[in-house]
Design a binder for this molecule. Sequence first.
Ligand code: PLP
Length: 366
Amino acid sequence: MTSTVPEQLISQIRPAIRGRSPYIVGGDSQAPDVKLNQNESPFDLPEDLKKEILESFLDIPFNRYPREHPYDLIRALSDTLNHPPEGILVGNGSNELTYTIGLCLINPGAPVVLPTPMFSLYKKVILLYDGIPISIAPKPDLHVDLDALHEAIGLHSPSLTIITTPNNPTGLSVPFDAIESLLKESPGFLLVDEAYVEFTSQRSALALMDQYPNLLILRTFSKAFGLAGMRIGYLLGHPSVIQELLKSRLPFVVDPLAETVALALMRKPEIIASRVQEIIEERDALINALKKLPDVKVIPSDANFLLLKTPVAPAILMKKLTRNGVLVRNMEGYPELAGYLRVNAGSKDENKVFLRALEDTMYSNS
Ligand SMILES: Cc1ncc(COP(=O)(O)O)c(C=O)c1O
């Protein structure tokens, strides 16, 4: 293989692609003792359920294409959520569905309104489709500036506005009533990413679906369901809207093995409920413990993670924590979050190790 590729050839790739950076989580590639940097669930599936699922894998013919879309999972979601199956798209993780949203709703040069700081994928997707991100800075307490958001919607009449609630990376929610007024105001679609909805006591926007056909809700099996490795997410919308978006979809995107796992877990809602409860308790315990540490600022969170700021620079703190086998996330890539780290709630033991490592690194000079 030649070692160089002519620049002329590389320049054939769309500038919108060349201008982006690859998504890299960062952190140590060695398996850490305590991994709290990707808002994952600390709980894998129970061993007996895994074995049961493995048994059912044997019934899947590996030589055959699956059905175009995972209809069994769509039906199960429809029954659980009381939302018509025609109004559900299932994707290879919810991230994958954001590309469909970009493909269908972002025209080149069109404004897309979104509050910041927000899960970085959204800005990337807007730019990949040559849209113009209209970023709305947060209030000093990091909550979404709803007045500024309304103003931007009025000014730009965007075909797409995006909010995530609870928001990653702040952990703060947009109140239900505020979502409704955004829906009323928006001439285009409002995408509400509810990746962390199971961890909050705020009402889901799903209750607004019947009244507002411009509402799209994105959800995932990666967080509360603990299936980040299986790659399953879903988009909810008005059936007429979803059936239009469906026209852009590749068939066979969702792996039948992943569908089998998601279905098996949906049949055991008690497992998820008790784990969500435990994660919420651990998150709150973590917040309380951090609040007690001198000079540590914690942002209260509705999600399974939280933001914290210490007098030590995040890069230095990260390095020291990593040396102790603890992975957290440096948030300095977000201009609004200079000085912040993000950590997700792990198991009780993991949180203990994290807190001890944090205290050691903050209050020791080595
Ligand atoms: C707001 C938000 N949406 C979606 C995702 C990812 O979802 P998935 O694993 O389903 O692609 C994340 C993951 O961190 C997230 O923070």
